[in-house]
Design a protein around this ligand. Sequence first.
Ligand code: AMP
Length: 287
Amino acid sequence: MPRLFRRIKEIRGFIRDVKCEGNNVSVGFVPTMGYLHKGHMELIKLSKLQNDITVVSIYVNPLQFGAGEDFDRYPRDLDRDLELCAEAGVDVVFAPSDEEMYQELPITKIEIPGLTDKLEGLYRPGHFNGVAIVVLKLFNIVQPTRAYFGEKDYQQLKVVERLVKDLSIPVEIIPVPTVREEDGLACSSRNVYLSPEERQSALAIYKSFLLAQKLFQGGNTEAALLKQAIREFLLKHPHVSKIDYVEITDENLNPVNEVKEGDRILVAVYVGNTRLIDNWRISHEEV
Ligand code: AMP
């Protein structure tokens, strides 16, 4: 079993001791909200490969949820997560309480104009402020050498990369490609909300990416055309009740008119009452 810490002081002490004992001990850090799945395990696997010790945080951060969102019903199962971490050879799990993380609610605000105010930021006001605050706090607590973030949350990855660069935070951000179920649905803790019928319809997201990629490979490079094709395809499916956005951007999240290899499709879609996000790197490669 991994060492489980619930207190900031304790994990700080542990990390300090580890760094004192060995020269140049590298610490890999995987921040999560728990209810671990194959996607998280890929981040952990890479961290294990690249570092001497691996720390996983499990914390459902209230600050990144808006009013009326799923904070209260977000799936939580620490025992199961600890088992999975043990199997994966994780050294330390940090699972603080809300009181431990936020003795007082932070009043500092973090925004990155042009990055936190679009896409997810538009539909979830305050979301990236909450993400940035918790990630910075966790970095200051764990002091990792490297930290692992999934491309599944592509905008989050870009926000964290920019924060680290702008604030000279001494950590290397390692992006990890999106892990999908066999049929193509991106792994997500929120997939447990889906009924079997909704789960079937949710596949439309992945299929819409393949459709757009096929159009692109056939010579259609107009972003508006591809976005329209994705929208129409998604809305054909039962339970796909609402689309927050379908956007195509360059790799830095600037919208494009003409699509080229390496650009990203980003979508946020409601399937039933469940809001799913996913993204896709457009390429000439066969899938
Ligand atoms: P979460 O627990 O959803 O906050 O995710 C924790 C970390 O795992 C984030 O860096 C996510 O981007 C990453 N992650 C979640 N799902 C996937 C996935 N399907 N593939 C790769 N990384 C993922």
